[in-house]
Design a protein. Structure first.
Length: 239
């Protein structure tokens, strides 16, 4: 399936979600973006990320309380996530029945690191753009679901630069994007077409589109949109 419809990115370029708006969503439980099951496209394309490797280091930008993190940790992988919501992070550990410790992050004033007692999962409560490789190293795999499509469109280049800086030379980055008519819904999640992915990452990464699926449900229909396509791309560094 390809996106035969071309829309104007400028429709959403000035849309801004303040940090407090995201925090309020977690406080009020308005988290329709959260999925209680491991994402089907992650399951399906896991081997494309692992590429024969075992026990790799994964990064989850804007991790929320994604159950995918526990699923991968149970396979022996180590997980690092970042989210601005402390509620989201604490709910993850509670929901998964994982004991954890809490400690400050000296390099980021006000930030906290929540770490599972077995050491497999470390979640950082801070602004994503305050995070860097000097905090927790670089990563062999990245699962970007609900992150690039959630950040403010005006921050995308900054975001792409950060993500690339967190990739080891052999990192395999699975990016989930969404297509719909942005003139009908202001987001988030935001409309991110293939050419936007190419503009953001094409100079630094090889980009392979792995799958495109019709993801339209009643939830999206309630936004007033008439189609909703989900795509996953595999990105690897060019050098």
């Amino acid at each position: 399936m390809t996106d035969s419809k071309s829309h104007d990115l400028k429709t959403q370029e000035s849309r801004v979600m303040a940090v407090d708006e995201w925090l309020d969503r977690w406080k009020e439980g308005k988290i329709g973006f959260h999925q209680d099951q491991v994402h089907k496209l992650l399951k399906k394309h896991l081997d494309a990320i692992l590429d024969g490797r075992k026990k790799i280091r994964w990064f989850f930008p804007l991790c929320g309380k994604a159950v995918d993190m526990k699923w991968l940790a149970d396979m022996g992988h180590s997980i690092v996530g970042v989210d601005v919501s402390e509620i989201a992070i604490k709910e993850f550990f509670t929901d998964q029945n994982l004991p954890y410790t809490e400690e400050p992050v000296p390099a980021i004033p006000g930030a906290k690191a929540f770490k599972s007692s077995d050491g497999k999962i470390s979640l950082y409560n801070c602004n994503l753009y305050d995070f860097c490789s000097s905090i927790a190293g670089k990563f062999d795999g990245i699962w970007d679901r609900g992150s690039l499509v959630a950040i403010n469109p005006s921050d995308r280049q900054r975001y792409a630069t950060l993500i690339v800086s967190l990739m080891t030379k052999d990192c395999r980055y699975l990016l989930d994007t969404l297509l719909y008519n942005p003139s009908l819904y202001k987001g988030p999640p935001f409309y991110v077409p293939d050419d936007a992915v190419a503009d953001l990452f094409g100079k630094m990464c090889n980009i392979q589109m792995l799958e495109s699926v019709d993801a339209l449900t009643e939830r999206q229909k309630a936004w007033g949109i008439d189609y909703f396509t989900e795509k996953v791309h595999l990105l690897t560094l060019t050098s």
